[in-house]
Write a protein that binds this ligand. Structure first.
Ligand code: NAD
Length: 368
């Protein structure tokens, strides 16, 4: 159901292209802090309601990351598995043409499910400016995901939280779900800073070693054998990872992995949410009541959107890593200082809403 409030939605643009049959939607939730920023997903069953929810979430994520961006998101209703590369390109170009008038003043695109740097290159080409989107190939000034901005940000957020708790990351034990883009870089940096990663999972299961796993070994084994479970250690079910006796738990693959069924068995003291929505709010609250420090997804995994901002500024990788570190450190600290009753998500949401409200007041969209 649509739920308009003082923040938005500003525009819901549904488009259809007769020639290609492309059907899409671009939702601009709030632009008080800057152009709405959010990726384009391509899925056969994407709905306007789903894209609206994601656009609203981007408003809070970008505001909490303290970026000059509002919130937006797009969806193209199509099945990329059933399309030729030419058909996929035709859909992207048709979508770009149909929403061109809001770009880049009100909307800046980026990749999301089933869209990559290739589609971003086509999108920018069709609109006629590299400012149309981020996530472009590095040959066009893009800062690719492969640099590891999100995993790096997760590691920074975790390090700041550990310090805030008056503890030392050195020797703390860590379990990481997923060894993809986010999980690998989170492991790399936490290991560099002295943490002991004892468990890592992928779709084949969990590998657990009390003595600690090594990033370089897991990278080698994953590329040779296709799974981290081939590494030396105890092989467990993928789901077992969430119940291990570790200090820091990093869900970094799928949604809802910590739920009513297993939350009572979580033993970690810090939950660093690298994936989107690894636990629903009511489940997070169970952990918060037990004293677990929850680092909410939109705070911990904001490295990707911060990198997108750096791309719009034309900055290179070195500058990007500095900005990710500064912004995630500052925002994590502000959140932890503002937290009452251990409810970090509420503190972060309050900060994000305040920032958006202040920008709206400044523009005269809201009375003080
Ligand atoms: P990815 O595709 O690179 O990696 C996903 C990993 O999860 C793979 O190693 C895969 O083997 C593993 N996996 C799949 N099923 C699993 C299972 N049942 N148990 C354990 N592991 C399993 O994806 P990614 O880019 O690393 O993204 C991971 C999560 O982080 C997603 O929720 C994504 O939305 C979120 N996220 C990613 C970014 C980014 O910049 N990449 C930014 C923000 C949020």
């Amino acid at each position: 159901m649509r739920k308009e409030d003082e923040f938005g939605f500003e525009k819901v643009i549904e488009v259809y292209d007769q020639k290609t049959g492309m059907q899409g939607v671009c939702v601009i939730h709030n632009t008080a802090r800057g152009p709405g920023k959010g990726g384009i997903r391509m899925e056969p069953d994407v709905t306007v309601e789903e894209v609206m929810g994601l656009a609203r979430a981007m408003t809070w994520k970008n505001a909490m990351a303290d970026l000059p961006f509002g919130g937006a998101k797009s969806g193209i209703k199509a099945d990329p598995k059933k399309m030729t590369p030419e058909q996929k390109e035709a859909h992207m170009r048709a979508f770009a043409r149909k929403i061109r008038e809001v770009i880049p003043g009100e909307y800046i695109a980026g990749p999301d499910m089933n869209t990559t740097e290739k589609e971003m290159s086509q999108f920018a080409d069709e609109v006629g400016t590299p400012k149309a989107c981020t996530g472009k190939p590095s040959s066009e000034g893009g800062l690719p995901h492969e640099l590891g901005s999100t995993g790096f940000g997760v590691a920074i957020c975790t390090r700041v939280a550990v310090k805030h708790m008056g503890k030392d990351l050195h020797g703390m034990t860590v379990a990481i779900e997923g060894f993809g883009n986010v999980g690998t870089f989170a492991m790399k940096f936490l290991e560099q800073w002295g943490a002991k990663v004892v468990a890592v999972s992928d779709s084949k299961g969990t590998i657990y070693s009390k003595d600690g796993l090594k990033y370089a070994d897991l990278m080698k084994i994953k590329s040779e054998k296709g799974t981290v479970t081939a590494a030396k250690g105890e092989k467990l079910d993928a789901a077992k990872l969430f119940e291990l006796p570790v200090d820091i738990l990093i869900p970094g693959a799928r949604p809802d992995v910590i739920n009513k069924g297993n939350v009572a068995n979580v033993k970690a003291k810090i939950l660093s949410e690298a994936a989107n929505l690894p636990a629903k709010y009511d489940v997070e609250q169970v952990l918060m009541k037990k004293g677990v420090v929850v680092l909410p997804d939109f705070v911990a995994n904001a490295g990707g959107v911060i990198s997108s901002y750096c791309e719009t500024m034309g900055w290179k990788a070195d500058a990007m890593f500095k900005v990710v570190e500064e912004k995630i450190s500052a925002n994590t600290k502000i959140m932890l200082e503002r937290t009452k009753d251990n409810d970090t998500r509420k503190a972060a949401m309050d900060i994000a809403k305040e920032r958006v409200r202040d920008a709206m007041v400044m523009r005269g969209w809201l009375a003080k």
